[in-house]
Design a protein around this ligand. Structure first.
Ligand code: LLP
Length: 424
């Protein structure tokens, strides 16, 4: 039988074996499903390394000082952190939970940047207890509070100020963050006073400004406009231009170009803040999305005008189609060489019509028991997984060189019931 060309959305280390099965990181997807069950997030390690390496090399090629801080919200998994920390990336966290995962992932506290527009007392305890290197101040309220905490701890806390540049990210509204009237950061007109307030605190060291215009961006156009907008606020050693580089979710749709993104951000930083500024970038999705492939088992196939192929997961493991109308593709993982001749909707098992994973899929004569793969689920899949309808969250399985290991195990009924107090 002829071997099909695999879609562009799969990790580079993907192939088809003699049985016509999808092979990810040298592991047969059918074996993975048998061993770890479905749904399962499979993460191809080489893809993570390659993407991180591209960011690092692209940054080095600019000749500027700088760091890449992995935005761990995209895939907060210790084993993923271990890969990135060992390569020299730093980490961006937004909560005590992400901080704990980052620390276990081997990031040195001084390489961690703590964000958040609503930092709690517990978050502040964590920041000072774990000696987090850099804190992004989000609002005027935080200045005195963080300064007092730093005094109490006897340290000079390095901080950035998150500024709302008044620039709308070139993306959908739900994930655009830089526009005026955003819940993130200090508005441009208010920023000078907050900068002054920070500088008047001797327990705070203002290292620079931070902005993040949004997520799933195609290029650095909106980042460059935002950098220009905040530059008049002053000269600082560091500028953090956020993350946001997008990826292609459908076969043939282009991936955001890492080299172009880093070069574009560096050019904007150099133009508006000078060539000696230290450039910080905090990509999440672009580092992890393409490494992830979710494996599902088909439970039901029915024709109700459309052909519905219902699988054993859905919005509990991938909220993005419901939350953002995001489109995904699906392919057969156990009969990859068969002609995908049946247009269908791959849907989940949850009690909502919006529980659809790939609305314009095509599969080879789908039937109960088939194994289906949905690519590009490495970012914001596991991160936003939930227990809707009492679903158990899937495992994260890392694959490389034909070996698979569980990074996060599947949730169990005991996990699910552990927080119920009745009868316990
Ligand atoms: N830095 C900050 C301050 C952020 O808020 C974010 C993402 C990032 C960096 C990383 O952005 P990325 O490179 O991953 O685009 N759940 C949504 C995405 C929300 C992004 C939130 N902030 C989704 O699934 O599309």
């Amino acid at each position: 039988m002829e071997t099909r060309t695999l879609p562009s959305t799969l990790p580079a280390d993907s192939s088809i074996n003699e049985q016509g099965h999808l092979v990810l990181g040298g592991c047969d997807a059918v074996d993975l499903a048998r061993e770890f069950g479905t749904p399962a997030y499979v993460m191809v390690e080489s893809e993570l390394r390659e993407r991180a390496d591209r960011f690092l090399k692209a940054l080095a090629a600019t000749g500027m000082k700088g760091t890449i801080k992995y935005a761990s919200k995209a895939c907060p998994v210790v084993e993923v952190g271990k890969i990135f920390s060992s390569m020299g990336l730093g980490c961006d966290v937004t909560s005590g939970g992400e901080l704990r995962i980052a620390l276990l992932g081997g990031f040195a506290p001084e390489d961690i940047l703590f964000h958040g527009n609503a930092k709690s007392e517990a978050d502040l305890n964590d920041i000072f207890e774990h000696k987090v290197g850099l804190v992004a101040i989000d609002n005027a309220d935080e200045v005195a509070t963080i300064a007092a905490r730093a005094r109490e701890a006897g340290v000079i806390q390095k901080v950035l100020l998150r500024v709302t540049p008044g620039v709308t990210g070139d993306t959908i509204a739900a994930i655009s963050t830089g526009q005026e009237d955003s819940k993130f950061g200090v508005n441009l007109p208010d920023a000078p006073a907050v900068i002054k307030a920070i500088q008047s605190e001797d327990s705070l060291e203002l290292r620079g400004l931070h902005l993040h215009v949004g997520s799933q961006l195609g290029d650095t156009g909106s980042i460059a406009r935002a950098a220009a907008a905040i530059a008049p606020l002053g000269d600082f050693p560091v500028v953090n231009l956020g993350g946001g580089l997008g990826v292609g979710y459908l076969d043939g749709s282009p991936d955001g170009d890492i080299e172009e993104f880093v070069a574009g951000a560096a050019a904007a930083a150099a133009e508006h803040f000078g060539p000696d500024v230290e450039l910080m970038l905090e990509p999440g999705r672009a580092l992890v999305a393409t490494a992830g492939v979710t494996l599902y088992t088909v439970e039901t196939v029915k024709s109700n005008v459309s052909t519905y192929v219902a699988v054993d997961g859905g919005i509990s493991d991938n909220l993005r189609p419901l939350a953002y109308g995001s489109a995904y593709m699906a392919l057969s993982a156990d009969r990859v060489n068969d002609q995908p001749d049946t247009p269908c909707r791959v849907v989940g098992k949850h009690c909502e019509s919006g529980d659809q994973i790939a609305t314009e899929a095509s599969l080879p004569a789908p039937k109960r028991g088939d194994l289906v793969a949905v690519p590009v689920t490495g970012a914001y899949g596991h991160a936003m997984a939930n227990n809707y309808n009492g679903a158990l969250r899937p495992p994260v399985v890392m694959v490389e060189g034909g070996k698979a290991r569980v990074a996060v195990r599947r949730e169990t009924w005991d996990d699910l019931l552990a927080r119920e107090t009745a009868g316990n």
